[in-house]
Design a protein around this ligand. Sequence first.
Ligand SMILES: NC(=O)c1ccc[n+]([C@@H]2O[C@H](COP(=O)([O-])OP(=O)(O)OC[C@H]3O[C@@H](n4cnc5c(N)ncnc54)[C@H](O)[C@@H]3O)[C@@H](O)[C@H]2O)c1
Length: 431
Amino acid sequence: MPTPDRRQFLKTATAATAATAAASIVPFSIGAPKGRRALETVNIGVVGTGGRGSGACNDTLTINDNVRLVAMGNLRAEKAMKTRDALKEAHGEKVSVEDQNIFGGLDAYEKVIDHPDVDLVMLTTSPGFRPWHIERAVQAGKHVFAEKPVCLDPAGWHACRRSQEQAIAQGTAIVTGTQYRRQKNYVEAIKRINEGMIGEPMSATARYCSTGIWYRDREPGMSDAEYQLRNWMHFIWLSGDQISEQAVHNIDVMNWIFGNPERCFATGGRFTRPEDSEMWDQMTVDYYYPGNKLISFRCRQVPGTTVDPHNVIYGTEGACYIKAINGGASIVDKNGEDVWAMRGNIGAAYRQEHKDLVDSIVAGQPIVELQQTADSSLTAAMGRMSAYSGKEMTWDFMTNTSELDTFKHDLTIDQAMESPGYAMPGEWKLT
Ligand SMILES: NC(=O)c1ccc[n+]([C@@H]2O[C@H](COP(=O)([O-])OP(=O)(O)OC[C@H]3O[C@@H](n4cnc5c(N)ncnc54)[C@H](O)[C@@H]3O)[C@@H](O)[C@H]2O)c1
């Protein structure tokens, strides 16, 4: 690996870079505990025991000695029981979930949150529920781990703002599933950007291009609500489309470096989605960040195509390549010569977020990082709303004017629900 000539690049550090650094060096607020006891062992309840819920449980039980899993909730309790059995096999006594502490149905989240033994709630359902589950958990005084995205629309963003403020005031933690914020090659690359190694960051390309995504068929006898909850990726009120559900990872990295965008302009469409899917299969968004810095973003899910979920940040003195998953990061100078590189390890980052969360609770210095992830999630929603409407969208509109609330607050499991179909630009309303 080449050795960077730090002096040469540090010379080029500018005041603007220092301003960017101010937004990203301190990545979260530390909540001030208000008379809360620090815990020695943290008891965990999980809501949503699918792929990521099981993975998050495994991550925290692997990395932390001082945690116990004590309660579980899932739409179908049988699935949570299977997950409990598999985790018990792997982690033994750290998994202490009696059958009566496994809850099913749409109100399972309240039973987990209100369980007197639960200190920390892990929220890993489909995204649409997230801001409302977070709000309920914070109101109950529980520590929270919340998977990304944490909101899909302006109403959810306002709920997150309230939760951030309440968590800081009462001294409870909120850590989010934006693992790249804890992945060493990302942290080191952005540290070097902030130190001036590429000069002033001026623009970037961010991509989340991947192959297809799963589609879950309707089972016989399912109500509309049951079907949409099962096949949640394809219904926008539950997933927010690819840009929110998946590509928010890259958008979060852009916001980490450049702050929040001021406006955006997006296009896109669909060729390959199943007939009843509401998703588009591609979107291109030009995000304008403070200082008129243009970030060219695109996401796409089309079977049989190239996977490229990477980022390039262009500066006045060089460029930084940050590759997703385990791709590593590197910096070149303006002549294209390699000056720094580092390998990536996403598995370690997935575990680190749970270590940081539990350590902060035990130390009585809870991390509260919801706002930054709410902002990234709203940035993704802003791109989607611009693409769907075919109109420019501003941060001011998203945060001060729009009251869009896509969540179905009166949802019941046997509800009849008509899908609005996929959005048509020029017709889709910014309600
Ligand atoms: N950080 C990452 O890299 C990463 C990776 C994968 C998924 N995720 C996120 O994790 C979340 C879950 O994704 P997944 O792949 O595990 O989905 P999944 O479909 O495998 O699991 C979701 C589970 O939640 C349950 N559920 C849904 N609504 C519920 C409710 N209201 N109450 C209780 N249980 C409910 C479902 O029954 C299901 O078991 C999503 O937000 C996704 O974006 C993050």
